[in-house]
Design a protein around this ligand. Structure first.
Ligand SMILES: [Zn+2]
Length: 376
């Protein structure tokens, strides 16, 4: 029967991201054919669009369905999945890349394929240590070797940007990353010991496919399609500077606790707030809003410092230096980007790319970066 292990960066599966309708999936069968004491029950998500009952039973046809329990809930919607689908699986998640160590140096190599449990198979010629090894163990070291850490290539590329600001890591940086992985991966069999914001999809024996959460298996790679879509969205009039909108924002009555603070102190206060808290401050204080609301310099820095995961937006706003986007209202851009990049059940469209990247950046990349900064 075996078990899954997960990408150390996104905690997504290496396979088992099943797409389609009309067929009971492997994952569905795992959940429904095992004994009740073997697995806690998983409650299907009753989401809009999940009502089609036109499936044709495959190997699991002996299992009776009911109105409360649809096998479709355990497939990703083919109309929502953005990435290539091959043999009913999201293709990009199937390639496993490894960060390995031979006792003297670390290396990043691949692709291979997940075999079972914590093992990855790979062509012997891809062994970077010259031993023609074909089977590699991840996270644990029952083979008395230094364990490998498995990634998807797009996730590794995102991590490289988070750690170094570049798309490629040097050999010394790869070495350093390996030692960080050893620290964060101790005593964990299937992923790093982090909260990846997956709400339990990864904690079963196998990856739990949930319709409506397609964004969690959407490639986080920098996307020309997102860039093109972003350009068209930002052409909308609502992102242009216009006067007078501050007066339309309802403000609470009573004393404004921030009215005695000069702008530079307000900017310092803002630096300690996360993005949602900052927007709450502007809603609560007319003085803070007046000081910051139309300060494009402030909002430009805020986007750069807190939305580093939105590669396409930062590239686009770089054009501001040439004057191409000089009439933007960057506060509106900020509010919009903060909202559309938040992954949620039922999410659809190109910004799933950014939502999954943001999840990765704010969870594993942040934790790895923190440890990386103290590892020399
Ligand atoms: Zn990944």
């Amino acid at each position: 029967m075996g078990a899954d292990m997960y990408c150390a960066i996104c905690c997504g599966p290496f396979g088992n991201a099943t797409v389609g309708v009309g067929r009971w999936t492997y994952i569905w069968r795992q959940h429904h054919l095992r004994q009740p004491w073997d697995l806690e029950p998983v409650h299907p998500q009753h989401l809009p669009g999940a009502a089609d009952t036109g499936h044709h039973c495959g190997e699991g046809s002996a299992v009776e369905t009911s109105q409360e329990d649809s096998g479709e809930d355990y497939n990703y919607d083919p109309h929502v999945i953005l990435d290539e689908v091959e043999h009913g699986q999201v293709r990009w998640v199937c390639d496993v890349y490894l960060l390995g160590f031979d006792g003297s140096r670390a290396a990043f190599f691949g692709p291979g394929s997940h075999e079972d449990f914590s093992f990855v198979n790979m062509d012997a010629e891809l062994d970077p240590f010259g031993n023609a090894q074909e089977s590699w163990e991840c996270y644990t070291d029952t083979m008395q070797q230094d364990p490998c850490y498995p990634f998807h290539k797009p996730c590794y590329d995102v991590l490289a940007r988070a750690l170094t600001g570049k798309k490629q890591m040097t050999d010394a940086e790869v070495d350093r990353l390996y030692h960080v992985m050893r620290k964060l991966g101790e005593d964990c069999g299937v992923s790093l010991d982090l909260d990846y914001r997956l709400d339990g999809q990864e904690y079963e024996q196998f990856w739990v496919v949930q319709r409506g959460k397609e964004y969690t298996v959407t490639s986080p790679a920098e996307s020309p399609a997102v860039s093109a879509h972003l350009q068209s969205v930002l052409q909308l009039e609502r992102f242009r500077c216009s006067s007078g909108d501050a007066a339309t924002v309802p403000m609470p009555r009573g004393q404004d606790l921030f009215q005695t603070l000069p702008p530079e102190i307000l900017h310092s206060v803002a630096a300690y707030l996360d993005n949602d808290q900052l927007l709450q401050l502007l809603t609560a204080s007319r003085h803070a809003s007046a000081a910051i609301r139309h300060d494009n310099w402030f909002w430009g820095l805020r986007i750069q410092s807190t939305m580093a995961w939105f590669f396409e937006l930062l590239d686009y706003l770089d054009q501001a230096d040439s004057g191409a986007v000089s009439d933007f209202d960057l506060k509106r851009v900020f509010v919009w980007a903060n909202g559309i990049s938040r992954g949620h059940v039922g999410m659809k469209g190109l910004f799933m790319v950014v939502a999954n990247r943001r999840r990765i950046w704010e969870t594993s990349c942040a934790a790895i970066r923190q440890e990386y900064g103290t590892t020399l």
